[in-house]
Design a protein around this ligand. Structure first.
Ligand SMILES: Nc1nc2c(c(=O)[nH]1)N[C@H]1C(S)=C(S)[C@@H](COP(=O)(O)O)O[C@H]1N2
Ligand SMILES: [Mo]
Length: 442
């Protein structure tokens, strides 16, 4: 465990000599401690309050002593080298892993109930990896565009960054998000039911810009996208989608993509199922037909009750969920509450959101707290007076194409229960008389 080094590894003596720092201040005023395994050390050396925080703080978080009055002590020093900032030691929300993990073919859920605003902090973006997270040196990474093109080309990262770019906010949702709801209630909270959803501001080159550079064959109709991970994930993407709004992105929330999100390069297909957003993108092969890869035949297809499976169900349908109050929360007492949540659709902009507090018998419109943008989440809210009696909270949304979020009953009538992917039914949270909130299906 690190005990006497600050966040940048500076020793106490170095700290004392920094420009502008008063050497007479107690050392602990500008020393941080990194959270490790031994909580005993922290209890002994930084006091009870900090030890309690340490119990909650994720590993690696840097803990500072908390002065009784922050105006009476010099604040801590800046990081030695300017450094890379981290969140407050009191902010402890993390992604959680799925219940039955393997180390490399795994996923983590975004803590949706803790999100403030619309964007997901990059460190909390959900993850889904089929072959682990590759480490790729961007100076050696290339994107090959070939197949039915007049001029096959190799683009280095520098080549791509020299092209005109766009910056747009879009969600990514794994089509397996909420899959446990098909067969009944198992997931207890919104992180586990809906946490394979995140929203970022993405920066990169439009596919249409690359298309002009390689000169597409007029017969070209599909493109195979391939990742440089151990899964060598491949998906066939319709050309009209790519030409409409497909992006090759290298930026996420103002900085480079996180390794978990596909560093240094990924495909971003606004509103399409997460699986098609190929990470660690290394190759685009242009063709006149789909390639029928494993990921679009045996996987990522939707099995209906009559035994037939639908292929290429690419657009995510309208969906919404209440994140407050939601499963495993407890309302302390009757009174005023602001119901809040997210709505999204892969087909365009969210048009409106309704709320029911009586299990779908009556509905009233929610307020949209963010401006609806194409294929982007919106935040909604709804003022609610809880009188202390049992309630079932639901949200439903529809989008600018007229597509609606269905009840669970209607969705199952249409789709059966053999599907794995694309579950988008109305979610219900029951509030009991004690204020306990649980996941229910009505
Ligand atoms: N190369 C590659 N691309 C991939 C995957 C992968 O395992 N390898 N997982 C896919 C799946 S199933 C999803 S839902 C999204 C998840 O993106 P994220 O990890 O950035 O949230 O990436 C997709 N792209
Ligand atoms: Mo996925």
């Amino acid at each position: 465990m690190q005990t006497n080094a600050g966040p940048s590894g500076a020793t106490a003596d170095e700290c004392d000599c920094r420009d502008g720092m008063r050497p007479d201040l107690p050392r602990r005023a500008f020393l941080g401690r990194t959270v490790g395994a031994g909580a005993g050390f922290l209890a002994a050396s930084v006091g009870v309050a900090a030890a309690q925080e340490a119990a909650k703080a994720p590993p690696g978080a840097v803990l500072y002593d908390v002065p009784a009055d922050p105006t009476k002590e010099m604040g801590r020093a800046l990081l030695e080298d300017g450094g890379y900032g981290t969140r407050s030691q009191f902010e402890t929300e993390v992604r959680i892993k799925e219940d039955n993990p393997t180390d490399t073919t795994s996923w983590t859920f975004t803590p949706l109930a803790a999100m403030l605003g619309n964007l997901t902090p990059s460190g909390l973006h959900f993850e889904r990896h089929h072959g682990g997270i590759p480490t790729i040196d961007p100076t050696h990474h290339n994107l090959f565009v070939h197949g039915m093109v007049a001029e096959a080309k190799k683009f280095s990262m520098a080549d791509l960054k020299a092209l005109p770019s766009v910056t747009r906010k879009h969600f990514i949702e794994c089509s397996g998000n909420t899959l446990t709801e098909w067969k009944g209630v198992t997931a207890k909270n919104v992180q586990r039911t809906h946490g394979l959803l995140s929203t970022s501001e993405w920066t990169g080159v439009l596919f249409s810009t690359l298309a002009r550079a390689v000169n597409l064959d007029p017969q070209a109709d599909w493109v195979l996208a391939e990742g440089a991970d151990a899964a060598v994930m491949t998906r066939s993407i319709p050309m009209d989608k790519l030409m409409r709004d497909g992006m090759i992105v290298y930026g996420q929330n103002g900085e480079a993509l996180r390794p978990e999100q596909g560093y240094p390069l990924r495909l971003l297909l606004p509103g399409y199922e997460g699986n098609t957003h190929i990470k660690w993108l290394r190759r685009l092969q242009v063709s006149d037909k789909p390639f029928m890869t494993r990921e679009e035949t045996s996987k990522y297809s939707d099995l209906y009750s009559d035994g037939r499976a639908k292929l290429f169900t690419l657009e995510m349908d309208p969906k919404s969920v209440i994140t407050f109050p939601s499963g495993e929360m407890k309302l302390p007492k009757p009174g005023h509450y602001e119901i809040t949540g997210f709505a999204w659709t892969g087909r365009g902009r969210v048009q409106a959101v309704d709320i029911s507090t009586d299990g779908g018998k009556t509905w009233a419109p929610a307020r949209l707290d963010t401006q609806p943008e194409p294929q982007c989440t919106v935040r909604f809210s709804f003022p609610w007076h809880w009188d202390g009696s049992e309630a079932v909270l639901q949200s439903r949304c529809w989008d600018e194409t007229g597509a609606r979020q269905l009840t669970r009953g209607d969705l199952i009538e249409m789709r059966g229960v053999n599907s794995v992917y694309h579950y988008n039914a109305i979610q219900s949270w029951a509030v009991d008389a004690a204020g306990e909130v649980t996941n229910v299906q009505v």
